[in-house]
Design a protein around this ligand. Structure first.
Ligand code: PGA
Length: 251
C-alpha cells in the first residue's frame, strides 16, 4: 500500500493562539478537502500551551497534532520540561525532536535526542527526528558523516523498534534562508539516507522528510524525489494559503 505523503507544519514560536485558531476555524472546509482521500498526513505543530485547544479544533478534521519538543526523561524534577506521556495525554500523535534550533540553543546532544525518541515511542507518540549539516560541514564534504553521527545513538536505541518513525533531513543552512539543496544534491543525500536507515533499522517503518525553506515554488521538485516521503515546513506553514498550495501540489 502506498504510504501517505506527510506534511508537518512547524509553527515554531510564531503562531499566537488567535492566529492558530483562525488558521483552522476560517478554513475548516478547505482543510477537510486538502485530505479528502486520506492519502496525506497533515500534522500541525503549535506551541505547548495551545496543543489541547488546537486538538479540540481538529476534532472532525483529517489532521493530526504534533509538539515541537519533549523531555528525554519520563518524569521528575525537570522544571519547564514536558514529558512524552504528557504530550500523549494532550492529544499529540507526533513530536518533532532534534530540531537544529534546539540542538544549538538548548545544546541537545545526539544521545539526548535518541532518549527522547525512546520516551515518545513508549508513550505511543511518533517521533519526527531532525538531522542536518551546517554550511561549513557541507563545504568540507562532511554531510554524510555528520548525518550518520547524528543517527548513530538513535539507531542503537531503536534496534528493536518495529513501529513508525519520521526522519526529517533539514540542512541547517537551508532553514529560514530561502536556500535549498539542488535537485541532484537532494536526490543523492535522500537515497543515501534511505539506504542507510533501511540497513541499520530494517524492522522500523521509516519515512524520510525534507525541511528547509520549503515553499510553493520548490515543493514539486522536492516531492518528485522518490526517496522523499514528505515535508517539514516552517515559515510557509504560517499562512494558510501558502500551506494549502504546498499540500495541494503533492502527488
Ligand atoms: P523553514 O523552517 O521552512 O522556515 O525553513 C523549517 C524548519 O525549521 O523546520
Amino acid at each position: 500500500m502506498k504510504k501517505p505523503m506527510v506534511f508537518v507544519a512547524n509553527w515554531k514560536m510564531n503562531m499566537p493562539f488567535k492566529s492558530g485558531l483562525s488558521f483552522i476555524q476560517d478554513n475548516v472546509d478547505l482543510l477537510a478537502q486538502l485530505n479528502d482521500n486520506h492519502h496525506k498526513k497533515i500534522i500541525l505543530c503549535p506551541s505547548f500551551p495551545f496543543l489541547m485547544p488546537i486538538k479540540k479544533e481538529l476534532n472532525q478534521l483529517p489532521l493530526f497534532l504534533g509538539a515541537q519538543n519533549c523531555s528525554e526523561h519520563a518524569e521528575g524534577p525537570f522544571t519547564g520540561q514536558v514529558s512524552a506521556h504528557m504530550l500523549a495525554e494532550a492529544g499529540c500523535n507526533y513530536c518533532i525532536i532534534g530540531h537544529s534550533e534546539c540542538r544549538s540553543m538548548l545544546k541537545e546532544t545526539n544521545e539526548q535526542i535518541a532518549a527522547k525518541a525512546t520516551q515518545l515511542i513508549k508513550a505511543k507518540v511518533i517521533p519526527i527526528i531532525c538531522i542536518g549539516e551546517t554550511l561549513e560541514q557541507k563545504m568540507s564534504q562532511k554531510t554524510t558523516e555528520v548525518l550518520c553521527n547524528q543517527l548513530t545513538p538513535l539507531i542503537k536505541e531503536l534496534k528493536q523498534h518495529t513501529g513508525t518513525i519520521y526522519i526529517a533531513y533539514e540542512p541547517i543552512w537551508a532553514i529560514g534562508t530561502g536556500k535549498t539543496p539542488s535537485g541532484y544534491e537532494l536526490e543523492e543525500i535522500s537515497a543515501f539516507l534511505v539506504n542507510f536507515l533501511n540497513q541499520e533499522l530494517p524492522n522500523t517503518n521509516t519515512t524520510l522528510l525534507y525541511g528547509g525553506s520549503v515553499n510553493e515554488a520548490n515543493t514539486q521538485e522536492i516531492l518528485n524525489i522518490p526517496a522523499i516521503g514528505g515535508l517539514l515546513i516552517g515559515g510557509a506553514s504560517l499562512d494558510f494559503k501558502n500551506f494549502q498550495k504546498i499540500v495541494s501540489l503533492s502527488r
